[in-house]
Write a protein that binds this ligand. Structure first.
Ligand SMILES: Cc1ncc(COP(=O)(O)O)c(C=O)c1O
Length: 389
């Protein structure tokens, strides 16, 4: 890995740093968690949209997102209007301005883990005290789930915010509606906010949309965007859905970050979220997931002396436990250097012994990347004994 010597006042975001450094250098990037990105021409299949795009002046955009885009996003959240929505540069900026707004020195931040590392790092960066709420694995090792009793013990009068990632990165687990209500009830006792990052919503393998935190409690903030379930990460379009007061405030914070989303990106996002196009995009996502899930699960099953895993419910990622006696970062470094394949080590989620493998790419590419991983594993001593948890 690259050494970073300049002091930083924020924790290193290890996974993004690794991906930023290597994802475009390797031959097989299986570190991505969304489906293979769409091409511009797939979004512009309508002549009027094409002409509109070519005629678009490259003005500063409406900095919280055009009214039309905010209205389209609002339709996903019952009872929401454009005033409940702020458009950001990716889900990451939505998370950033939300955390910046809410977390102050000494605030307790309870986050489900494992989780996408951004909000965890930001909690610390803004002076919060992070308390980890671990997902639990069922006795048969096949399902990750939350435990509300654990949450009750972590939430105190100092808890400012409870963070969810639903569907979850890296496990692909969904939190059922009853548990979301339970989380809101626990938050309500101390007036904490609930931030639910729902960027994988819409990428469910069974086609049943993940229940949202939206509408379950007055202090909820949903962050989301087009990067994962929609396969449009290059647009850098995300959003916040919350109360008009929160959204008005985070918009002011946004003035200090990037001002607004790109003008072309806002326009593409309006096209992507037209009802017929949205349905087409999500159908494409499901097609990719359905084609590739058996490829990776067959592969894992064929190597069951080395791996165990819970079946993901959403997203294009499998979080697999491996049984070889090698540190996950070391394994990932060897895989990258010796085989030019990139996956994410469990170390990046604070869980050595796991690999997060993305399966949203083209099927041939996925198979070839997995073959190379198998080659590397063959060069390791056989694992002593398989365990399931
Ligand atoms: C849960 C989660 N939220 C946010 C992001 C970042 O989203 P974006 O690329 O839209 O900034 C990611 C990216 O991996 C993610 O996994």
């Amino acid at each position: 890995m690259i050494e970073y010597t300049s002091p930083m006042r924020i924790p290193q975001f290890a996974m993004e740093r690794m991906q930023s450094t290597w994802e475009n250098q390797v031959q097989y990037n299986l570190s991505e968690s969304g489906v293979h990105p769409m091409r511009v021409e797939e979004l512009l299949d309508d002549a009027t949209d094409r002409a509109g795009m070519l005629g678009q002046e490259l003005v500063y955009p409406q900095s919280n997102g055009t009214l039309e885009l905010r209205e389209r996003v609002a339709t996903m959240y019952p009872g929401a209007t454009a005033d409940h929505i702020e458009v950001t540069n990716g889900g990451s900026e939505a998370n950033f301005v939300t955390m910046w707004h809410l977390v102050e020195q000494g605030d307790e931040v309870v986050s489900m883990v494992p989780n996408y590392g951004q909000t965890l790092g930001l909690a610390e960066a803004f002076g919060g005290v992070l308390r980890r709420w671990p997902l639990r694995l069922s006795a048969d090792g096949r399902r990750w789930h939350v435990d509300l009793d654990d949450l009750r013990t972590l939430v105190t009068n100092r808890t400012r915010i409870i963070i969810l990632c639903n569907p979850n990165n890296p496990t692909g687990a969904r939190i059922p509606a009853a548990d979301l209500d339970g989380v809101c009830q626990i938050a309500g006792r101390v007036g904490a906010w609930v931030l639910s990052d729902e960027i994988y919503r819409g990428a469910e393998l069974d086609g049943v949309e993940t229940p949202s935190i939206w509408g379950r409690y007055e202090r909820v903030i949903v962050t989301s965007g087009l990067s994962k379930a929609y396969g449009l990460p290059g647009l850098r379009i995300g959003w916040i859905a919350s109360t008009p007061e929160v959204v008005a405030t985070t918009w002011s914070y946004h003035d200090y970050t990037t001002i607004g989303p790109g003008t072309l990106s806002d326009r593409f996002a309006r096209i992507a979220l037209q009802p017929a196009m949205r349905a087409k995009i999500l159908a494409r996502t499901r097609r990719i997931l359905h084609a590739n899930l058996p490829v990776i699960t067959d592969w894992l099953d064929a190597h069951k002396d080395r791996f165990s895993y819970a079946m993901p419910e959403a997203g294009a990622i499998v979080y697999a436990r491996y049984h070889d006696a090698i540190n996950s970062t070391e394994l990932v470094d060897r895989l990258r250097i010796e085989k030019s394949v990139l996956v994410v080590p469990g170390d990046h989620f604070g869980m050595d012994g796991y690999l997060r493998i993305g399966f949203g790419s083209e099927t041939r590419y996925l198979r070839d990347g997995l073959d190379r991983l198998a080659d590397l594993l063959r060069s390791l001593p056989a694992p002593a004994a398989a365990h399931t948890a």
